[in-house]
Structure formats: C-alpha cells, structure tokens
Design a protein around this ligand. Structure first.
Ligand code: MG
Length: 277
C-alpha cells in the first residue's frame, strides 16, 4: 500500500515538474549562430525541419524594394481605420478603454500597450504603412518591433530588419514563429514602408477542428513575401502556432513592443473568398 502511494506521489510530482518545464519558456537557452540569436530547444515546426525561432533557418534574401503603394489613396469602398487625425476607431486591447497611442504629424505612435479596431473584420484586403524609429537601436527582436495581428491573433511581424539579423521566422513580414518572409524587402529606419495584405479567415467545424486554415498574402514594399501562405494557428513566442475556434470576424490589432513604431494610412476592404473552380 505504502509503496503504491509513494509510487503514485512520485509519478504525480514528475508529471507536475514536466508540465512546469513545458510551460516555462524562460528556461530555453538562447544561442547565436552566424550572428543570429535564437533557440534550438523550442518545439519543432510541424514539417520537422526547424525549431521555432531557429537561428540556423536560412535568412530571407535581401531585395531592395522599388516604389509601390506609399501614401496610396484608398479605394472608394474602403473602410478607413486611421486617417492621420483620430484614434476613434481604436481601443486599448487589454482594457477596452481609449487607445493609449499618441498622434504625431499624421502618424500614430505605438505606446503603452496593444490597440485594436472597433471594427470586426474577416476576409480582407488591408493597407498599412509603418515607419521604424530612427536611428535604429538595439538588435534582433529588440529593434523596431511591433506587429499587425489579423483577427487579433495572427501576427504579421513588424520589425526593423534593415541591416539587422534575427531568427527567420521572426523577421519583418514573417508569420511570427511559423513562416519567414520570402524576402527581406526592408527600407531603412525613418522611411515609410507598406504592407498590402490579403487575408482569408480560418474555418472550423462543429467540433472546433480546423477545416480550412487561414491564408495570407503579404506584399511588402511592393515585394510578395507571403504567397497565399497557410497559417498554422495563433502566433506566439516559442510556439509553432495553435488554433482555437472562433467566428468569421475579429478586430485587427497592432502591437506595442516597447518601441515607438509609427503607423499611418490604414484602410481595409472586406473581400469575399470564392472557392469555386
Ligand atoms: Mg512583433
């Protein structure tokens, strides 16, 4: 009897310890490979090739962008989310109170916390412009970090990767922790840059299982960097991504990651997805 109790206690303690280890992401050891800081003790991506935030994953090739949609005038049917003057379409993501960002010279400047739209958005065409702080300071993920979170949970990374290496799945225009961008099309800090994003929401069945993943196409400064890429689930640090069932729309959110990244000229067009041959 006592032996059984002791064995049971040891088993429970072992399970509890392994659960704690699995949840304690701070225990991962950061390593540097060829100037890129990252991790190789994080979970593997589903394709089994790379760890999440693997510094050995190839860097996106650098492509110098041309001109594209900077200060693009919105189409007549677009919903303007930020016009350079007012944060009325945005709220504090955590509290639901007024957006804590500031407005400066026609741009909104990241501060204090994440913000999200009052609009609920689903399948869409989205235009966003952003400008990295100048001069670029610090390195890796700690340099001009923000993010465009589709439905508040699928992050298209915003980062200053101009002459700044980071793990590939966390680079500018990457689907964070999942899919690196196909190219590094960064402009220098201080210059305005554009994202033109086409997003298809994921679908779930009655059991909450994914029937169609979310898909995203990202044109970054006129360069296609995500090409109808399937999203593996909600993006997260040191996580390969996991879906939780949700409805067909959700707010768009922008991340505050301790850096005063600027945004302007944000508009969106809801667009249908027609999956017929
Ligand atoms: Mg980010």
């Amino acid at each position: 009897m006592n032996t059984k109790i002791i064995a049971c206690t040891i088993l429970l303690a072992t399970l509890a310890a392994s659960t704690t280890r699995a949840q304690d992401k701070s225990k991962n050891v950061e390593i540097v490979i060829d100037g890129v800081a990252g991790f190789q003790d994080t979970p593997m991506q589903p394709d089994g090739k790379w760890h999440v935030h693997d510094p050995a994953r190839p860097q996106p090739p650098v492509v110098t962008p041309g001109t594209f949609s900077t200060q693009a005038t919105q189409p007549s049917d677009a919903i303007v989310l930020f016009d350079g003057k007012s944060l009325s379409n945005w709220r504090d993501k955590k509290t639901g109170g007024p957006a804590p960002w500031t407005i400066d010279n026609g741009a909104m400047v990241a501060a204090k916390g994440d913000i999200q739209t009052t609009n609920e958005l689903g399948d869409m065409q989205l235009h966003v412009e952003f400008c990295e702080p100048e001069p670029g300071q610090h390195a890796g993920q700690d340099r001009g970090n923000s993010g465009v979170f589709l439905m508040g949970q699928y992050e298209i990374q915003v980062l200053d990767c101009y002459n700044n290496k980071t793990y590939a799945d966390g680079a500018t225009a990457g689907i964070y922790g999942q899919h690196p961008p196909l190219a590094n099309a960064c402009r220098p800090p201080g210059e305005w840059q554009t994202y033109d994003i086409i997003f298809n929401v994921p679908h779930f069945n009655d059991k909450g299982e994914v029937t169609t993943p979310g898909y995203v196409t990202v044109v970054y400064n006129g360069v296609v960097v995500q090409n109808h890429q399937a999203i593996r689930g909600a993006t997260n640090w040191k996580s390969p991504g996991k879906y939780s069932p949700h409805g067909p729309t959700g707010p768009l959110s922008l991340q505050f990651h301790n850096h005063p990244v600027r945004f302007r000229n944000i508009w969106v067009r809801p667009v249908p997805v027609v999956n017929e041959p």
